[in-house]
Design a protein around this ligand. Structure first.
Ligand SMILES: [Zn+2]
Ligand SMILES: [Zn+2]
Length: 410
């Protein structure tokens, strides 16, 4: 994959356009790691200044560059001797963890054993040889990235509203491939151990959330007793999130949506016929309204769906790993040739990864494309391509070569 063309492009980027405007805080206490074109993985590096780091990048031209979320006494030492001082709190939201409808259009897999290949979601077993290992060709698709952004928005809201982090403590980045990174940097999080971070993960992803605590009326319906019937949704935290999420879901829900969460036809009819009444009841009473024909089981199914809609789908392992290496901002992602870029939280709605992360604005390259879905970079739309030679802007050619979908015509 690491072709001469990729090396040439990366070299050009690091020596001409690369600027590390916001290097990691306390740079001298961080461990750096790289995947280099020839030497492969290099870890346990330390840089005292951003100039030292920049000089290294310009000389060694990494395929990928990472730094530790952790702060160490001796970043260069072996893991046990590093002297862990603390770590930023980081979140990784990757489209790979979010089911989308477009996978059918852009995912390709090849059985590692018999080379049988197919499109769409990767099967559990190869249809030909029952093998379980596959090479997967994913794609940084707009729809996938839009869903990743939606998850990011939910997470940011929880971090600010429920945990009380300020905007200044939170940095949001496009990863350069299929997702977003959120770094929380402040004294309050630094010393949290892995277990404390797991608590935060559980909170944002709603693991172990007991619905009847937030809607006690469910328990009273189940046990046919009055306890908790009059307790309202709280005005903060998950309780409020469920309260608003429930209204939102019901307002937009069509018959089909209600059927899809496992409700029977009669129940769906009751909800559709009483929608306004239910919504008004919810707003006025701030608890689940009593409606003839809607029992605890129905409400539980609806609420479970709302919990799923409201939780943030994060890669949990990244957040709990207090030694994690994460991609260095402003460096290129070898999976795409796009940059990891930061943007202000307030810009999240209009942030366009396929514009802001493009590293090369000039030049054209002729490539032979094996296959590629339709895609966009900046204002230009490309493809779909199938076994054809095309002349493309350098950034588009680089994306295809990095995704292993094309080769440069020499
Ligand atoms: Zn196979
Ligand atoms: Zn997609």
């Amino acid at each position: 994959m690491a072709s001469k063309f990729v090396y040439k492009m990366f070299q050009e980027y690091y020596n001409r356009d690369f600027r590390l405007e916001n290097p990691p805080e306390q740079i001298g206490s961080r461990e750096f790691g790289f995947v280099l074109f020839s030497e492969g993985v290099v870890r346990h590096k330390k840089f005292n200044t951003k100039d030292e780091l920049t000089a290294f990048l310009q000389k060694f031209i990494p395929l990928d560059a990472y730094y530790s979320c952790a702060y160490y006494e001796n970043p260069e030492a072996d893991m046990e001797k590093k002297g862990w001082l603390g770590a930023d709190l980081i979140f990784d939201i990757d489209a790979d963890h979010i089911p989308t409808m477009c996978e059918q259009l852009h995912e390709e897999w090849i059985c590692s054993n018999c080379k049988f290949s197919g499109k769409g979601r990767v099967p559990k077993n190869c249809p030909l040889c029952s093998g379980e290992k596959f090479e997967v060709k994913t794609w940084p698709c707009e729809t996938c990235l839009a869903s990743a952004k939606h998850e990011t928005v939910k997470l940011l809201e929880m971090l600010m509203r429920d945990f009380g982090f300020s905007k200044d403590d939170i940095h949001v980045f496009f990863s350069g491939h299929r997702g977003y990174h959120i770094h929380v940097e402040c004294e309050d999080v630094k010393e949290l151990d892995s277990i404390a971070r797991k608590e935060i993960v559980d909170y944002v992803s709603s693991l172990g959330l007991e619905i009847s605590i937030h809607a006690p009326i469910l328990k009273s319906l189940e046990k046919k007793q009055n306890f908790g019937r009059n307790i309202k949704f709280l005005s903060s935290g998950w309780s409020q999130r469920l309260f608003l999420g429930l209204q939102n879901f019901l307002k937009k829900a069509k018959e089909e949506d209600l059927r899809n969460i496992g409700l029977k036809k009669d129940t769906v009819n009751i909800i559709m016929n009483n929608k306004d009444l239910i919504l008004r009841g919810l707003r006025e009473l701030e608890k689940l309204p009593t409606v003839r024909g809607l029992g605890s089981e129905t409400w539980r199914k609806i609420m479970e769906h709302v919990v799923m809609l409201q939780s943030a789908k994060i890669d949990t392992v990244v957040t709990t790993d207090i030694h994690r290496l994460i991609r260095l901002p402003e460096t290129l992602n070898s999976k795409t040739g796009l940059k990891k870029v930061e943007f202000p939280i307030s810009d999240i709605d209009r942030f366009d990864p396929f514009r802001e992360a493009v590293a090369f604005k000039k030049g054209v390259v002729e490539v032979k494309v094996s296959s590629a879905p339709k895609f966009r970079l900046g204002d230009e739309i490309f493809g779909p391509y199938k076994n054809e030679r095309v002349e493309l802007p350098a950034s588009a050619a680089l994306l295809l070569v990095c995704r292993d979908r094309a080769e440069v015509v020499e």
